[in-house]
Design a protein around this ligand. Structure first.
Ligand code: UN1
Length: 491
């Protein structure tokens, strides 16, 4: 390992390198980042790290840990804040890159980039906010200090659907509270992650504080989860379970964000426009590719037909096209295997439940993974479409008699990330907020699209460990020390 920090981030062959111990290093293979709106468009080439390089990255993070843990909170503030400013300055370029590699619309992508910047700036501030207590001991002459210290080396593993915001909301608090980081982004979207790391490094991070290893999960995943002090992961339930087992065996603390099957309840007294807006945004925003998506629409009988009619009309009118083209309202699905999964669930829903509106494969000028948004009507809560996460632009409707049945259906899932209700009844909204088994409840707003200054996380099969984001992020990224201090014997 060179470790002198002087190598170039991009090699002479145009390959974007990994960052290990402050040095930009070639990988052992090359990953071609492809545009899902136009598969003939090669976004860029990214170095794939080997297992050996992942080990070096962990070692570099370990070597840098004491120095970064002891750094001034002002330095941490300045670096995160400067990186946030740089991201804001580059939001158009970064948004374009993100839309190009992931396929969400340009507006969504620029919005995500701005959100990443705000996250960095929020946690910059957190670095300066003290969080300790000084109290009297129960013994005379003794004081007790309760302080927080960094956990150590944090492995961060992120999914493809939020290529810059999710990395930012894990990396920023990790660094703000004095941890060092080994970061593995999803192989499908290395470009945004690489830019984030380059900007953070250029903002003045010491060598080894943040390490980037772009690599295949099967090559480096277990190394990262079994050799860090803490692991923060967002991704599938299946991978999350592996991460949990591996990290726990190493006695590392773990934070997992996984799937959802989020209900949006629509009561008879709902404002129809609000209901349709929430459903449209929650189910089809970001092509439905988010764990907070409203994938189950639980609709009371009195409003059901009007709601389905209006939603179908608006859904079928959504302009599906190139993520970066003006006028596009929904971009493509991220890749061929996700498209196959979406189509599999659409076929299954048709066989099990009857009616699927939309959901056709679409052709556009360029060769991309275009899918018409789909609404499955007349489903039963026990149907596969209401139990398993699709992770695409597919929502299903369950008709219910009234509030009590709606609540039971909404809660009748192994997941528990977000749950929404559209109603003008204060009593129903209040009851739902109390009795929902989800970690986040939305009243008359979409289930997807969350703030960065408040906790994020779910219950049951959706999440594990302390909450992400907001002030709450401190729980996971710090460990408590209790010190008893007496003056000692004078003289
Ligand atoms: C959002 O809905 O604004 O992977 C964020 C996901 C979530 C993030 C959703 N962890 O979809």
């Amino acid at each position: 390992m060179t470790g002198n920090g002087r190598t170039e981030p991009i090699g002479p062959d145009g390959v974007h390198r990994n960052l290990i111990g402050g040095a930009w290093i070639d990988g052992v293979d090359i990953n071609q980042d492809v545009n899902p709106s136009d598969t003939s468009d090669a976004v860029g080439r990214y170095a794939l790290a080997s297992g050996e390089q992942a080990r070096e990255a962990v070692a570099a993070a370990r070597a840098a840990a004491p120095g970064w843990a002891g750094s001034s909170p002002l330095l941490r503030f300045e670096i995160l804040d400067a990186a946030g400013n740089e991201i804001l300055r580059s939001k158009e370029r970064l948004g374009d890159l993100l839309a190009r590699e992931e396929g969400k619309t340009l507006a969504e992508a620029v919005g995500e980039v701005v959100r990443a910047a705000h996250i960095l700036k929020f946690h910059a501030g957190q670095a300066l906010r003290p969080a300790g207590q000084l109290l009297d001991s129960i013994r005379p002459g003794v004081e007790v200090a309760v302080t927080r210290e960094p956990v150590g080396v944090v492995s961060i593993i992120t999914p493809w659907n939020f290529p810059i915001a999710i990395p930012a909301w894990k990396i920023a608090p990790a660094l703000a509270y004095g941890n060092t980081v080994v970061f593995k982004p999803a192989e499908l979207v290395p470009a945004s992650a690489w830019e984030l790391v380059r900007i953070l490094q250029a903002a003045g991070l010491p060598d080894g504080a943040l390490n980037l290893v772009m690599g295949r999960g099967r090559d480096i995943g277990d190394i990262l989860t079994s050799s860090a002090d803490a692991v923060s992961f967002t991704g599938s339930v299946q991978t999350g379970e592996r991460v949990l087992a591996s990290a726990q065996a190493a006695r590392a603390r773990v934070q997992l964000e996984m799937g959802g099957k989020n209900p949006l309840v629509i009561l008879d007294d709902a404002d129809l426009d609000v209901a349709v807006d929430c459903a449209l945004q929650g189910a089809y925003g970001s092509t439905g590719q988010r764990c907070t998506a409203s994938s189950r629409l639980v609709v009371a009988a009195g409003i059901h037909d009007r709601f389905v009619e209006h939603l179908t009309e608006r859904m079928l009118a959504l302009a599906v096209g190139d993520a970066r083209a003006a006028g596009t309202q929904m971009g493509p699905v991220v890749d061929a295997s996700q498209l196959a999964q979406d189509q599999k669930y659409i076929d299954l829903a048709r066989a099990e439940s009857g009616t699927v509106l939309g959901g056709r494969r679409l052709e556009r000028d360029a060769d991309g993974f275009y899918l018409e948004p789909a609404l499955v009507v007349g489903t039963r809560p026990e149907d596969t479409i209401n139990r398993e996460e699709v992770f695409g632009p597919v929502a299903s409707v369950v008709q219910v008699d009234g509030y009590d049945e709606a609540l039971a259906v909404a809660n009748g899932t192994e997941f528990g990330l977000t749950a929404g209700i559209v109603t003008t009844s204060l009593a129903a909204a209040g009851d739902f907020r109390r009795r929902s088994t989800a970690g986040m409840v939305m009243v008359n707003v979409a289930t997807a699209g969350v703030d960065f200054h408040v906790p994020f996380g779910g219950r049951q099969a959706s999440s594990y460990g302390p909450r992400e984001q907001g002030e709450q992020a401190r729980e996971f990224f710090t460990t408590v020390k209790t010190s008893y201090i007496a003056a000692g014997r004078p003289g």
